[in-house]
Each structure stands twice: as C-alpha cells, then as structure tokens.
Design a protein around this ligand. Sequence first.
Ligand SMILES: Nc1ncnc2c1ncn2[C@@H]1O[C@H](COP(=O)(O)OP(=O)(O)OP(=O)(O)O)[C@@H](O)[C@H]1O
Length: 612
Amino acid sequence: MLDDKSANAHSFQVDLRGLVDLLSHHLYSSPRIYLRELMQNAVDAITARRRVEPEAPTAIRITLDESGLRIDDPGIGLTEADVHRFLATIGRSSKRDDLEGARREFLGQFGIGLLACFTVAERIRVLTRSAAHPDAPGVEWVAASDGTYSVRDLDERERATPGTTVFLTPRPGAERWFAPDVVIDLARDFGSLLPYEVTVEADGRSVRTTDSPPVWDRNYVSAAARRVALLEYGEATLGFTALDVVELDVKLAGVRGAAYVLPRAASPAESGRHRVYLKGMLLGDATTGLLPDWAFFVRCVIDTDTLRPTASREGLYEDETLAAVRETLGARLRDWLTTMAAQDPQRMAAFMSVHSLGVKALARHDSDLFKIMLPYLEFETTAGPANLTEFARSHPVVRVTSTVEEFRQIATIASAQGIGVVNGGYTYDGELVALLPGVMPGVVVEQLGADVVTAALDPVDSAGELAMAPFLAAARSVLDPLGCDVILRAFSPPSVSALHLDSREARQERTRAETQAEADDLWAEILGALKSAEPRAQLVLNHRSPVVRRLAAIRDHALLVAAIEGLYGQALLMTHRPLRPVDTSLINRAFDELLGWASRNVTELAGEEGQA
Ligand SMILES: Nc1ncnc2c1ncn2[C@@H]1O[C@H](COP(=O)(O)OP(=O)(O)OP(=O)(O)O)[C@@H](O)[C@H]1O
C-alpha cells in the first residue's frame, strides 16, 4: 500500500452502479445461480453457528409467494456492525479470516455472491440477528441494485431468534426465476447433496430438495447392492446407462464419488465434462480439468472439499491441488483398467469394443498399461485385424506404414512376400507400434520403406517386355492424360493384376496441374511457376497375372482401351482412396464398355445356337 501521507496518494474511485452491474450480470453464465448463492450463504451461516453451538438447528426454508422469494436460515446471523462490514462491503467476506481453515469449511470466500441476486431482483432485504452476540438487536438491511442501501435496528417482535431471512423482490422481466417449479428444480440441481435439509414451500406444498448423504456415503447390505445403487444414481444424474462404474474414494485428495464409463465411444475433444460438487453444492455439470485428458471414456460425479472454485464458482481453479487430484484420479482409473484386464476378460472385451481409442491414447503415456493392454488392442495388419503380441510372435520384424493409404497400396504385396506390416495410419497406432520394442524385448520395428515394395517387384526380362510392348504402349497412351505412368513388373500374388502406386506429393501435383488448366492467365502463370518435378502415379502391371497376359492378347482397340481402364480402375479401388471425378467416370465408362462386349457375345452365341 502507498503511504497515505504522500501527497500523490489517491484511492481508486468506484462507480458502484457499474460494479454491481458487472458482478451481477457478467460474471455468471445464467441468472439461475442466484439461488445457489443464497443457499450457499445459508449453509455457511449454519456451519459457522454450529462451530460454537454444535446442537444449533440446521433446516433451511425457501418460501415463494406473490411478493417474491424468502429464504430462512438458523445460522450465525449478523450484528449491525457485521452488516456494514460484510453485507455492504463488496469484496469483503467473513469467511476468509483464517484462510485455509475457512476454505475447507465454507462455500463462500470472495464476498461478492450476494450481488448475484441482482440478476433477478430489484431489491434485496435482509433481516438478521446474531447468534454470536445474543444481546445485539436484529438488523434490517435493504439494498437496491443502484448500490444504495439502508440499515435499521429491529425490535424484539420483528426478530426474536438468531439467524437470517433474505427477501428478494423480482425485477420486472425476471419473474420466471421465481416460479415454484423453477425454484424447486434449481434447489435440487444445485443443492441435492447439501449437508443441511432444504425445503421449498409454495402453493401450499412443501418439497424437500436435499437428498443427503450422497449415495456413495450410504451403507448397503452387499457390494452388489452398492454397485446397483451407484449405477442407478449415475443413470438418474447423468442420463445414460453406464457400461461400468468406478468408485472414487480418495480421502487424501478429499474426493468422493464415482466415474461412469460411457456406453458409447466418446470423442477426446469433448473429454472431461464432469458433475462436480464442492462441499455438497453443485459447481457445474460440465466441469473440465478434473481428470487427465486420456480419461475421456468416463464422466464423473464427485463431491470434494479440497478443490477451489473460480470466482464465478462455475469452474475449478487450476492450481497444484487440482493437478494432484487429477493425477490421483487418473491412477485410480488405470488400476481399474488393469484389474479388469487381469480378472474379467468378458467385461474387458465389452469395454474395448467401445473405448479402444481411449485406451490407446492412454497407453501412449504409460508403458505399464500398454503392456497389460497389448492383448486387447487391435491393429490392422497384413494378417488381418490382430493384436500386437500375436503379430510380433510371427513377425519378429514389424514394419509399420505411416499412412492408411500406404498400407492399402502395399498390404497385399507385402503379405504375399511374408512381410508383416501394421497400418500405422490410424490415430495413435503408429506411435504405439513404435513403443513395442520397449515392452516386447527382441521385437524390431521398422518404418516400411519404398525399397521393401520395390524389391518385391521383379523386373521382367527383355523378351517378356517385348512381347507386351504394344499393350504397354496402349496403356501409356490411355493413362497419360490421367497423370499416370505404366510399368511392367513380376510380383506375387498373381491374383493381383495391377498396383496403383501414388504418393501424396504426386496427387498434390496433379491437383495443381488441373487447377492450372482451368485457371485464367495470371493464375495459370503463378501455378505454372510452382510446378514441381514430383513423381507421377504409377500403374504397375503384374506380368505373373494370367489376366494381364490374356488382356495383352486383345486385338480390338476399343476393347483393349476398356480393358486397360478396367485394370486401372480395379487397382485404384484397391487403394480405398476417394476417387477423383475423372477416375469415377473412367471406371463407369470401362464397365459399360465391357458389359456391352459381354452382352454382344451372349447375343451372338444365342444367335449361333438358334441357327444350329
Ligand atoms: N445468510 C447469511 N447469514 C449470515 N451472514 C451472511 C448471510 N449471507 C451473507 N452473509 C454475510 O455477508 C458476506 C458477504 O456474502 P456474499 O455472498 O456476498 O459473499 P461470501 O459468501 O462471503 O463469498 P462468495 O462471494 O464466495 O459467495 C458473507 O461473508 C457473510 O459474512
């Protein structure tokens, strides 16, 4: 603080109306939190009174009538001096005197919560009497949203017992926040786990909105009954039937609750939307930061007394405690996974059928887990879908592709040569395969290089090449306009008549060339300047394929063109890549042409038979 006596020392000037507006309207995401702030103050006041008077009453009552809302608590109450100090001073809280202790015990801490009521009320009236100073008279404090307030002493008849009553007069336009059903729902949503009973009275009915102790703090006749109760609670609270439930009871971290395994695959992007209660009061139902990112296959409901809220009390404050809790809960989930892997393969299989991606994400950072989960993680390989333990046993050198496309292009050839290849193109798969030697000593992992494929493509002797020359020339002239070269090689298996080899660069180059052809002069010039000498796509015809040899013998030019286009189309389809419009129309044309030939032959045959 600056020295007061200094000639230059000034105090900030505060525009009260602006401050009230800022805090009440812009800090929170919805006016609905006004009720949370009121219930929170009531709970804190009761907690404060029971510190010194353990037997003091605890019931909180909310009453609704045409004049607005009233909330009564038998808590610690306030003297007139307290009213000036705490209620009327923005940013001052009675709950911060001994910080750490208060934080553990009380819900409030910032000294701004009551202002949230101005989002729905034009007037806040508080009648209060201190339990700590029984001789002090009751006090009335009336505040308006423009930042003005009045205080008056109450006589004995107006306030005989300790505690506080807050009245809210609805702001025009905000009446819906005072409708009985809305208030009951809000009280339940925010406060179902509060330690003191809350009832809402309206229209002649009285509804209890608390349901404590929480389901995880109750006693059950058996572990099975406990599990059923937890699952039912999850379904009612989160709205889905969980695949499984993992109890979270981490006393040291001050966390109790449960993690519910999602019944459907979840996107890592929507990870971590948990229902978090702070000392029984709902913080939010889409709270992030509670679990490590990899744990996106669960949603939690927890109650905690160690974590700190942000000022809007709608999110968790990121600090060391939260980081420690995150780690502890992550470890708990990992234990659950490893135990299930070891003891309950059926449940494990059901889990993996939905969440293998989540487990793969997790295994990247945790080699112990990776090792345990290896038999359950499926990869696409040249031996079909397989787990890496099995695959590595029959292929001590595991080759991995970096894209799905590479895998599609060469899987058939590689497997015909006995080369084991894993498709590393899917999310996390490449990374996990690279980690394999660390968990399976003796296994070698190598990136699949072009050499492995080219070594498998044997050159054809000159006599063979010569015999096929007319066919190759025809194929080149058909495919050149499509940006594709044609070569002849001998490879296994003979059932594959042609291979389409293409790199991403080659495709980009083609797209550029096509754009250039369609572009106006300036644009075409720029694109022309960018032209690179990237390799073109290649159609590798298989000399060992009986189909290729038969087609090479065709003399009819139109049929030959259709046959070449057919081979090209088939090789292209084998790559599973999306087709360019020009390729689709080529395949259609070839198919039509070949069908035409086939049907003409059938008609001719039928004619010959008819004549005979
Ligand atoms: N029902 C109540 N009974 C007794 N004291 C109360 C009550 N409501 C409010 N107060 C007093 O008014 C102060 C300010 O309340 P306010 O809700 O603005 O902030 P807070 O609860 O201290 O902190 P936060 O902003 O985190 O809610 C409290 O610290 C408390 O001393």
